[in-house]
Design a protein around this ligand. Structure first.
Ligand SMILES: Cc1cc2nc3c(=O)[nH]c(=O)nc-3n(C[C@H](O)[C@H](O)[C@H](O)COP(=O)(O)OP(=O)(O)OC[C@H]3O[C@@H](n4cnc5c(N)ncnc54)[C@H](O)[C@@H]3O)c2cc1C
Length: 331
């Protein structure tokens, strides 16, 4: 394991916030993770992946844990399916690339989402009509308090839109160590979302879909290596039908989808209507190609991002009476 003290978290968060952590510890095995949990018992602990959904608002006076476990293995298979167990620290997109190369499908729509396997099961990452919950079979996790393992079934993870038990009742209580994904040997393409179907070129395969997804994402989203961001900053609000109808009476062609008994209105549309698309506040900017994304337009401080997000939320509330809330975790 490696333990560093008082280090900058700049390389460990995609928003590129230059804050410090008192301790940054990286482990190579579950045994090492358990040792760290004993050593730092009672301290404030935060486990991170690639830091692609975090906004560090200030120096972190606690222990940051990170996994250097980055393998995956087949644990079972039958005629139709294959079960892959992946380590928490494996980069999701590397796993997906390998699976597509092997002709194993199920996760290709999730291509190019930043982040590691452990976090994908916390966040229930989703894109182009597929969510992690659709392929997660079980999640193995270690209790921060006792160091014992618990295996969560998919149902026990209580998945919802970018949501899980690990973000609610069990927030901060478990460290996910392995995720078992149930995948397909035969391609069952999911192409109904947006313009995905028309983007797939050549013979249909998991790789062809992956390449199409990557092409679309590159047109719309900032490259992590070039521009600091945490992807979609806000969740799409699901509002009562009456509220949607009052908005639809005042505006032309309000985009909307039925979901969970309410009406989902894209936060990007609400933000654009408020005139924020492309606008800057300090070093923070509402991304010009996708207003749901806030970017670090150069040396943004945490306060710059916080103030921009708050101003956008206030404008959406004033104009539409709709509350939008961050998807990003404020730390
Ligand atoms: C350019 C860009 C595009 C994006 N596009 C999408 C998208 O299309 N769809 C989508 O869903 N998301 C998207 N995201 C958000 C982000 O990629 C996901 O939320 C991803 O799952 C975060 O992974 P991470 O490893 O960076 O986790 P982090 O940001 O480091 O952590 C996220 C949360 O998970 C917790 N956590 C991390 N690892 C563990 C573990 N092993 N055990 C327990 N808790 C843990 C952390 O404490 C934190 O609460 C995007 C982000 C960026 C920057």
């Amino acid at each position: 394991m490696s333990i560093q003290e008082n280090i900058s978290l700049l390389p460990y968060n995609t928003f590129r916030m230059d804050v410090k952590a008192r301790v940054f510890a990286e482990y190579n095995s579950v045994e090492e993770l358990k040792e760290l949990l004993v050593r730092y018992k009672g301290e404030q602990i935060l486990h991170i992946g690639q830091g692609s959904n975090l906004l560090f608002t200030k120096d972190f006076d606690g222990i940051i844990l990170h996994s250097a476990m980055r393998r995956a293995r087949c644990v079972s298979e039958d005629e139709e399916n294959v079960w892959i167990e992946a380590d928490n620290g494996l980069v999701m997109d590397e796993l997906i690339e390998q699976l597509c190369d092997m002709g194993i499908s199920g996760m290709e729509n999730l291509s190019y989402i930043p982040g590691e396997v452990g976090a994908s099961a916390v966040q229930n990452v989703g894109a182009y009509g597929v969510e992690a919950k659709d392929v997660i079979e079980t999640v193995r996790a270690i209790s921060v308090e006792t160091g014992t393992e618990h295996v969560f079934t998919n149902a026990e993870c209580k998945y919802g839109y970018r949501d899980s038990i690990f973000k609610n009742e069990l927030r901060g209580q478990y460290i996910i160590t392995y995720v078992v994904f149930k995948l397909n040997k035969h391609l069952a393409p999911k192409l109904d979302y947006g313009n995905l179907r028309s983007e797939v070129s050549g013979e249909m395969s998991a790789t062809a879909i992956r390449e199409a997804v990557i092409r679309i994402r590159k047109q719309k989203l900032p490259e992590v290596s070039e521009t600091g961001s945490a992807g979609s900053f806000f969740k799409n609000p699901i509002v009562p039908r009456e509220l949607y109808e009052s908005v639809a009476a005042r505006y032309d062609k309000v985009p909307h989808y039925e979901q969970d008994g309410g009406i989902k209105i894209p936060a990007a549309w609400l933000i654009e209507q408020c005139g924020w698309k492309g606008k800057k506040k300090g070093g923070a900017q509402c991304y010009e190609k996708q207003p749901l994304v806030l970017v670090n337009a150069g040396n943004a401080s945490p306060e710059d991002i916080i103030h921009l997000a708050a101003a956008i939320c206030a404008d959406v509330k004033n104009k539409f009476g709709i509350t939008i809330s961050p998807e990003v975790n404020y730390i």
